[in-house]
Design a protein around this ligand. Structure first.
Ligand code: SF4
Length: 391
């Protein structure tokens, strides 16, 4: 039985590995996982059940961040399936496969067009890791009909919709595509005049930084950035993810002129403490990443009952943590990404939650920028759980 240790971590020179070769060593089976972490027979059986439904995929780099002696290790919970994924009902309430309403805005061929000014392209269903809390759990690593088949046609859709001001390449993780495929995609977007900027959503800097050490990728991003500003929204959730290797990955992106923003998720048992949130936001600033969003965990099937924090305790927690942060650290917005649009959780007045709608779904533009007030309850973790009230 091999146990990951700090020494293992320090011995690895992740800067010089071939990322495509390294991906082949990802841990994808329960048997391979047992080489690294001890599992009881019951755990083994449950993990087989879970991974048959939601695949497991863990890069060796990320696995080595786990302290094997700590069953509550936050990295472990983010990467390794838990029997909690088998819980389908519970105190937290209803769940859904599609909390953000992506399916309603699916224009075909990988395009999701929910807000007039933004088009999202599902560039791949593959990620270097299948995060256990993923809100696209229904499709990551699984065959689906929402991934782009013909990017040229996707670019034509974007070119013909002049109201679109920016494109988010998402997935899955677009940076897991070979560099030449990514180049074709970016080239197709480069000359669309009404696009102000392009985002490539990627968790690679956090879970698989080896991808970012590919000079060809950095040259491609730097070259595109000379035509249009390029942003990489990434996804650090815990300060233990902010390693020297992740810092190097971020520096390489920044050397290409890319702005790196972070979109974390508030997750029970992972970052639901003042200390974890403060260290996370401070740590991001230290490596040149801007704290941008902190999402309320969505009511996703096989995610909600494990990870969601009730809004009543969550809003206090975030405010307590913000009190310890300087201006740049607390610039992030605490967000509900809802079917009706994006809502910022502004805070509470007594037992009433105050929200502001930032974006609204098509046909409901008048709802954008409105203030919403909801009665907080002990367990309510989603907008729909909280009764509407007035101040
Ligand atoms: S990298 Fe992103 S899309 Fe992929 S599984 Fe993790 S959270 Fe989901």
């Amino acid at each position: 039985m091999k146990h990951a240790s700090t020494a293992d971590r320090e011995d690895c020179n992740w800067l010089n590995v071939d990322w495509q070769e390294e991906l082949k060593h990802n841990i994808t089976s329960v048997a391979a996982l047992e080489e690294y972490l001890p599992l009881s027979p019951d755990e083994r059986q449950d993990l087989e059940k879970i991974t048959a439904r939601h695949p497991m995929n863990i890069p060796r780099y990320y696995l080595k961040l786990i302290n094997p002696a700590d069953p509550d290790d936050p990295i472990r919970k983010l990467a390794i399936p838990s029997t909690d994924e088998l819980i389908l009902t519970g105190d937290m309430g209803e769940t859904t496969g599609d909390p953000y309403g992506d399916d309603k805005h699916d224009k075909g061929n990988g395009i999701l067009h929910k807000y007039p000014y933004t088009a999202l392209v599902v560039a791949t269903e593959y990620c270097s890791m299948y995060c256990r809390h993923c809100f696209r759990k229904r499709m990551v690593g699984l065959p689906n009909d929402q991934t782009v088949k013909n990017f040229k046609q996707a670019a034509e859709y974007i070119a013909s919709h002049t109201e679109i001001k920016n494109v988010v390449m998402s997935g899955g993780d677009p940076l897991l595509l070979p560099t030449d495929v990514l180049k074709e995609m970016l080239d197709a977007l480069r000359d669309i005049d009404h696009l102000n900027y392009v985002r490539i959503g990627s968790r690679a800097p956090v879970v698989f930084p080896q991808r970012i050490f590919d000079d060809g990728l950095i040259e491609l991003l730097a070259d595109f950035n000379r035509s249009k500003p390029l942003y990489v929204p990434t996804h650090f959730n815990h300060p233990n993810e902010i390693t020297p290797t992740a810092r190097e990955a971020v520096q390489r992106l920044r050397s290409a002129g890319v702005t790196v923003n972070n979109q974390a998720v508030l997750l029970r048992g992972i970052n639901d403490s003042v200390e974890a949130l403060t260290k996370l936001m401070d740590g991001l600033l230290k490596i040149g990443v801007n704290p941008y969003y902190l999402y309320q965990c969505m009511p996703v099937e096989r995610v909600r009952h494990q990870f969601q924090v009730p809004l009543k305790s969550g809003v206090d927690l975030v405010d307590d943590a913000r009190r310890k942060m300087d201006g740049y650290a607390k610039r992030f917005k605490f967000i509900i990404g809802h079917d009706i649009g994006k809502l910022e959780i502004c805070g509470r007045v007594d037992d009433k939650l105050i929200l502001k709608q930032l974006h609204a779904r098509p046909g409901y533009q008048h709802e954008s920028s409105r203030i919403l007030v909801r009665q907080l309850t002990e367990k309510g973790g989603w907008l729909d759980d909280l009764p509407e009230v007035s101040l």
